[in-house]
Design a protein around this ligand. Sequence first.
Ligand SMILES: *Cc1c(COP(=O)(O)O)cnc(C)c1O
Length: 367
Amino acid sequence: MRAFVSIDLDAISHNIAQIKGKTDAKILAVVKADAYGHGLIPISKCALESGVDWLGVALLEEALELRKAGISVPIIAWLTPPGEDFKEALISDIDLSVSSVLLFEEILEAARDLQAKPRLHFEIDTGMRRGGVLDEWDDFLDFAIKHKDEYELVGFWSHFARADEPDSNMNQKQREKFERMLNLLIENGLHPQIVHLSNSAATLTQPAAHHQMIRLGIAMYGLSPDVKTMAPASKYELKPAMTVRAQLHLVKSAHTGDAVGYGGTAILKRDTKLGVVVMGYSDGLPRATSNDVGVLHGEAKAPLVGRISMDQCVVDLGPDSLAQAGDYVTVMGGDGYSIDAWAAASGTINYEIVTRIASRVPRIYSR
Ligand SMILES: *Cc1c(COP(=O)(O)O)cnc(C)c1O
């Protein structure tokens, strides 16, 4: 196997246990985007075994995949554009999020045909200006009241824009708006069963935002929501679950002054041994990555040299390296360069690094 992602399921269980120690709320495990690149079904099963109560995904097809795998706990899909197959969603008992009258109408229409009662979560925009009801609120509330017998109001929720900046006063503003809207709903006779607002960052830093359920994403995978504005994952006693490893395709000696890779962007400053790693940007290593990271061979760090290619990249193993073609190196995670280091070296966040490891790289699970 030229490259693989190894996933430590014990780390996932450990992280869930850590979070359980910090809140009395129910836990919804966020498993969108193939469980942040860790694998939808194995992670969902592991999370459920570790005591989470709910699963949450962005897309309806992700929710349906969970049902096909025989998972029967409540599942929310929160990003369903108009025209989605809502009948299929209702038949499969998927909870849906509604954030507009248009969507609400479409879901109730599908429900009438099936004589089903959809389980809905009202999403409101408390400040992020992305998902959720905003200007349409009065019409939305009228519609919700008028049709109150046609659906089950399961959830009421919103999302923080800056929970990873615990000192931002926007967090409190969003919480206050959320509570005002919730009270308005209740005054109008609509009583959601489960109020949920917190992502990982809010779970770790804003107990006042936990309500009845938290939506746990990045922290479950053992990563910090933001290593700059918050602490690294280790401070929260979270363990990263993902390690990426790959083989050396070639090891070769090269000389001072040699230009390496497309564009010859790196000029060797010494005679050294180069390793060609069988992983490239099509596997999810960002092409923009600087040589602040690389791979770990045994105990030795080997920084990237030159540009990352589509299927491979070149590292500087050092003149005295005993590395041989076929050896495995650790590309990220474990004792090697961390996922956070790769994120910093390519101008992005750990979320993007893990979710973009390509599906052609097999996931191997261990306990
Ligand atoms: C992705 C997502 C989460 C999880 O966010 P983390 O920062 O990974 O914990 C929670 N809620 C919603 C609506 C999301 O889209």
